[in-house]
Design a protein around this ligand. Structure first.
Ligand code: ADP
Length: 793
């Protein structure tokens, strides 16, 4: 069989498609999920081409028979539908299936209509497509051309959308590449079926060439810089035009001169030299103009880098380093964004990466973990190579990067990264964002970025060391401050211990001395037989007072020792805050009067009943009120208020009692210390003279016991006071919070079994400060007195 010369092109095209198919199948396509669409598209194109060979081999006629032409038409249409789906995948849009279904539906309609309608012209014969728009209206032609154009427009729309939405210049570049591909393929396909010989052949070749471009785009995921090539093309066109203008101009001038005339050749030479002189600056001007308009980076990068390496060596502050390095990125790479990512070894397997808050543009507050077996680490550290964000998102080697890590890099909104490695350790990553002109990063840019990163290395190491040192010294300072605080506290506690010995010896010795003195006197008088009953009564009264005092002190000390062992024995029963306070205050009313103080209690009525150890709570409140009396000068005022509130955590009701005085106040530094055993602000050498005398010293146990009792009830106690001042009298307020029902763990031992008669208070509407009825006072006083550790007035 001899193959006619006219069939060389179709055979060649078929071969071309076969080679493309082999390439597509053999070379793994970079983008996940587009290879099958690519193969399907190529297969459809190959079949559409191959079918045209049939008549050539059968009867050597180039005019197709109608059925074969129709099959060719269907295959070309299928190819376009598959190409549309491929495009959507290529642009990483998610509407591929929808588009495919739509395309196939249209194909079905096309097949149906073309088989049923009668054609005015043979499909694919010269002028066939034109019939779509003539009066006869060939429906098949109309449907074909309409469908193709709609498909093309949809793909173009998706492509433009991807271009505008692209967050990386490389992605925009891919879309731009497709903007060229789509119309080319469409034109090629339309011409291929046009039937007109030359145009048809041109169309078929265009289609093949475009599909080569498609395979290229799919295989090398990073296509060449479209705008760069365009810029180059425009620049060389302009330069060529300028050159042509200069040459034509000198030729025209040359023509007007007659070389045969005198000096003719000389003048011609002059013109040529003038043209040559004009040419060089004109060319330079054009090139710089083109660069200006199309934004080529260029600039004095070498000079800037040189200055940078000089400047950066003197930098020891991280923030300053960021400033300097970002400045260089802005001036050399002409980027809008940039940042420094610190890399710190977390353990042997992972590197913690976090961007510095400061950078060129805003930096997100994110943190990532880079495992040593990650391909990103491999690129940056093992290969010491730069990395493009685009590769990270579109490159096959990075398809398995953990989603959190991928999202970390995406959130940075950068375009390229260069590792900063010093002494075999990855200590940072220099990141550059989009360029001002939105061009993709080319090899030169990446080299520049890597150079800046290299020069930053030593400075970054130094700055990080300085930073670490500063942090360590700050920590040490804080630690030192804590230590000083602790030392002060230990010293205070130590002095509390010493005070205890002083206080205890004073407190114990005074009553003991009294007892000793009186017993000596009684002895002497007795020996002389001079004991008269009146004298005796006086002395025994004093003896009782002294022993009472001893007993109280020992009682307090025992209570406190119980607190230390966490063994305070509380007996809970239902009572009211009012009764507790009334019992606590009752024995103090006499002193209040003597000291001309005003004691007012408010808001005690209507408070919910509480479960409490009555005796202990009375003791606690009496200690606090006694203090308020002791540390408020004559004529002062003591206010007791109470209210209910809900505990924010337990949601239980609790009662808040505030005892406020207008006394000498307490220095904030002692607000906690006064609750310590044996701690008192005044001179420990003083001993408790009168229990409620102004500034009368006590053993320093009252508040310790009060806190123990209140905490034993699941409550809290604290003091608020602006400070100590015996002149200005800022006053102090003690706050006591008691849960209405104490927590289970606080409740201990049996219910309180006190004779109810002694504890029931008369319901009076008077203020507590007012003297109570003598009979009730008596009973309350007696009960309270016998159980309280506080001295009576
Ligand atoms: P003391 O037996 O010394 O009163 P406390 O434990 O009751 O012992 O109190 C400890 C110290 O707290 C007192 O020495 C006093 O300096 C200070 N203090 C207590 N209550 C007041 C108050 N209302 N105003 C000023 N200072 C107070």
């Amino acid at each position: 069989m001899n193959i006619p010369i006219t069939s060389i092109l179709p055979v060649g095209l078929c071969l071309g498609y076969i080679i493309l198919l082999v390439i597509a199948l053999r070379n793994g396509v970079h983008l996940v999920g587009i290879q099958r669409w690519l193969v399907a598209t190529l297969l459809a194109a190959l079949l559409a081409q191959a079918i045209q060979l049939l008549p050539i081999f059968a009867n050597q006629t180039t005019i197709l028979s109608q059925p074969i032409a129709l099959i060719g038409l269907y295959l070309s249409s299928l190819m376009l539908v598959l190409f549309a789906a491929l495009s959507v995948r290529y642009l990483q849009r998610s509407v591929a299936t929808g588009l495919l279904v739509l395309g196939l539906l249209w194909l079905l309609v096309l097949v149906g209509i073309s088989l049923t309608s009668t054609h005015t012209t043979e499909v694919g014969s010269p002028g066939w497509l034109g019939h779509a728009f003539t009066a006869e209206r060939d429906t098949t032609a109309l449907l074909t051309i309409g469908g193709w154009i709609v498909l093309g427009l949809i793909v173009l729309m998706v492509t433009f959308y991807s271009f505008y939405r692209a967050h990386l210049p490389e992605i925009a570049n891919r879309a731009l590449y497709w903007v060229i591909i789509v119309p080319l393929l469409l034109t090629g396909t339309i011409l291929g079926i046009s039937g007109t010989n030359v145009l048809k052949e041109l169309g078929l070749v265009t289609q093949l060439v475009t599909l080569i471009g498609v395979v290229y785009g799919a295989i090398v995921h990073r296509v060449f810089d479209i705008r760069g090539v365009l810029r180059l093309a425009i620049a060389s066109t302009l330069v060529t035009a300028i050159t042509a203008v200069v040459i034509i101009f000198s030729m025209l001038v040359g023509r007007t001169i007659d070389p045969a005339a005198e000096n003719g050749v000389l003048v011609l030479g002059g013109v040529a030299i003038l043209a040559a002189i004009l040419y060089a600056p004109l060319r330079t001007f054009t090139v710089s103009l083109v660069n200006r308009f199309f934004g080529s980076s260029g600039g004095d990068s070498a000079g800037i880098l040189l200055r940078y390496s000089r400047d950066v060596s003197g930098v020891v502050e991280l923030d300053e380093l960021v400033d300097v390095s970002m400045n260089v990125l802005r001036n050399t790479l002409k980027v809008r964004r940039g940042g420094l990512i610190l890399a710190t070894r977390d353990d042997n397997e992972t590197i913690r990466v976090e961007p510095m808050a400061k950078g060129l543009g805003e930096m997100p507050e994110v943190r990532g973990w880079l495992p040593k077996d990650s391909p990103i680490y491999h690129t940056l550290f093992d290969q010491l190579s730069t990395l493009l964000q685009f590769d990270l998102e579109y490159g096959r080697p990075y398809a398995d990067v953990a989603p959190e890590l991928a999202s970390f890099f995406k959130q940075l909104r950068m375009s390229a990264y260069a590792p900063i490695v010093v002494q075999g350790q990855l200590i940072g990553i220099l990141a550059a964002g989009a360029k001002n002109n939105d061009n993709p990063f080319n090899a030169q840019d990446l080299e520049l970025l890597a150079t800046v990163a290299n020069q930053t290395g030593v400075a970054l190491r130094n700055a990080r060391l300085v930073n670490d040192l500063r942090k360590a010294s700050e920590e040490m300072l804080a630690l030192n401050k804590d230590l000083v605080g602790t030392k002060e506290r230990i010293e205070q506690l130590d002095s509390v211990k010493t005070d205890f010995i002083t206080i205890a010896s004073h407190e114990l010795r005074t009553p003991l001395a009294q007892i000793r003195g009186y017993t000596d006197i009684i002895d002497a008088l007795n020996e002389q037989g001079m004991l008269d009953p009146d004298q005796m009564t006086g002395m025994t009264t004093n003896l009782r007072k002294a022993t009472d005092r001893l007993e109280r002190l020992i009682g307090d000390m025992l209570d406190v020792s119980q607190l230390g062992l966490d063994a305070m024995d509380l007996r809970f029963a239902q009572t009211t805050t009012e009764s507790v306070l009334r019992l606590a205050i009752e024995p103090l009313t006499e002193s209040v009067k003597q000291r001309k103080l005003t004691l007012v209690a408010r808001g005690l009525r209507g408070l919910p009943p509480i479960e409490a150890d009555m005796q202990r709570l009375v003791q606690a409140f009496r200690n606090i009120v006694t203090n308020a009396i002791k540390y408020t000068p004559d004529g002062g005022r003591i206010d007791i208020t109470a209210h209910v509130q809900q505990n924010a955590v337990t949601k239980q009701d609790e009662i808040v009692v505030a005892i406020q005085d207008t006394g000498i106040g307490i220095d904030p530094k002692n607000h906690e210390l006064i609750f310590e055993k044996f701690y008192r602000v005044s001179d420990p050498g003083l001993h408790s003279t009168g229990a409620t005398k102004f500034m009368g010293a006590g053993p320093g146990l009252g508040l310790t016991i009060a806190r123990g009792v209140i905490e034993g009830h699941g409550g809290r106690i604290w003091v608020e006071s602006p400070g100590y001042d015996s002149e200005a009298l800022p006053g102090a307020t003690f706050y006591i919070v008691l849960p209405v029902s104490p927590p289970e763990h606080a409740k201990r031992v049996v219910a309180f079994e006190a004779p109810s008669t002694t504890l029931v208070l008369p319901a009076t509407s008077r203020e507590i400060a007012e003297p109570a009825e003598p009979d009730s006072t008596e009973s309350i006083f007696t009960e309270a007195e016998s159980t309280s550790g506080s001295p009576p007035a």
